[in-house]
Design a protein around this ligand. Sequence first.
Ligand code: SAT
Ligand code: MN
Length: 597
Amino acid sequence: MPLPPASVPSFVPDASPTRHADLRAWVEEMRDLCQPDQVYWCDGSEREREQLTQEAVDQGILIRLNQEKLPGCYYHRSNPNDVARVEDCTFICTRTPDAAGPTNHWMAPAAMYEKLYDLCRGAMKGRTMYVVPYLMGMPGSPLTKVGVELTDSIYVVLSMRIMTRMGQVAWDELGANGKFTKGLHSMLDLNPERRFIAHFPQDNTIISVGSNYGGNVLLGKKCLALRLGSYLGRIEGWMAEHMLILGVESPTGEKNYVAAAFPSACGKTNFAMLIPPKQFAGWKITTVGDDIAWMRPGPDGRLYAINPEAGYFGVVPGTNFKSNPNAMISMSKDTIYTNVALTPDGDVWWEGKDGEPPAECLDWQGRPWTPASKEKAAHPNSRFAAPMQNNPALAPEANDPNGVPISALIFGGRRATTLPLVFQAFNWIHGVYVGATMASETTAAATGGVGQVRRDPMAMLPFCGYNMGDYFRHWLRMRKLLKRPPKVFHVNWFRKGKDGKFLWPGYGENMRVLKWIVDRCRGRVPAYETPVGWMPEPEDIDITGLEVNVAELTEALSLDVEEWKREVLLQDELFFKLYADLPKELIFQRELLISRL
Ligand code: SAT
Ligand code: MN
């Protein structure tokens, strides 16, 4: 697929809006390297959005959707070879390979800089280099970081404007001497052979080339907020985690906040926007974040979390008014859709959307599609980028620089067998073990096979910016900084019965499990001790009004010792890999689990 034509906006201001000398010098250096026709400094204004959007439409990068049905919404198709994160092309370039650890790809910083600068030399000729200043976090939070991304993609600029607090607000936060993360992105010719997402933690720098897909190129998200964020968090005493954050409000007005780590495309957005079933009248779930949590110890010894993002980059297929009404409303305006299907009346469609499939449409690659077609109309990893303000369940605290106090941390994955619906870890150290050994079936969010069980510690395997063994050590050390640490839980919405059907309905009904978790945090419900942790009796989970009967719930909660013995052996796959750096506490936890089994 040919690259879109060069972008040369007619409204390039001639002066940079910042007095930051280091930043200006770096932009000059990158301009000399990439040789764009011009440099455009973004201010994040509404006028700028309108002009850039028009540019993108004129160049065929965006298609304007039916503005009556979807006001402010646009449609984008990515190159078919560029539809997901690419873990094989993702590098952590620490000084030594040990610092990156055995779960990351590593290259020496000097060698990687040379390779990428060679690729970038002259790469923006005939194009515009956009200077995109952004905040991860809200103005004034002690956790907030400034990033600046140089990119030759208007799609990236417009997506960053949705996903982060972008523009003047970041220039203001940066001031003349502030610290910032450097990010350079060039699409090059979108050749997968020349696709690299490289992180230089010691230089607080990211370089991404050869892709134009979300997680690879929206550098604030996985690259800064998770990979560099986790690296900085270890040094600075906080945590950057692949977690949603939600608020649970009871009918009496009691508020609790939980953060939950599930791997990509395992339902974080759905859980964060959950609408309680009607049996839970008076209960309310509010969304603080759907993908990333930055957390630090507060003055009262609790763990406080902010969502560093300002938008949602969610999986579209399967989303409908039953599975996630709040996501449907979130993406009803001012949204960029990528790789869904396009209907003749300028609407979008995907597998699992409410109503009948359209009689005809164009699929995510622009090919004619009808319900008789064998292939899917929308790519399984097609995405929406929507501003969080669109979410009817948005927590007002999402803009609070102090964040919210976390009562429970929840780990979970997609597991057809073995892992029960819910259990609680015995204590923090055991909770770290539970997170470190979690696993999930792979999804379309990353290129590679789908449906294979792989260990994905804390859902951070693709996102930890340093040695995973040291990351576990950092988790253990955080306990000392917390007088009142969150309780730790593990959930599995995806367990199947012998007939191959899911044992638990999931989605809004997960409220029933969440209530048990909150009640545990408040010391209101009993639990019984099992070899793997504290568990509810079936009668402790309210199933009134559900099709699930007590026998099915009992099966969803059951423990099979033989399956668990196998599970412990499978955990070794990761532990062997990390053995040299594994904290001894985790090895002891493993021994304790074996003896309990
Ligand atoms: O593509 S993203 O990395 O932004 C989403 C995800 O995989 O979690
Ligand atoms: Mn994610």
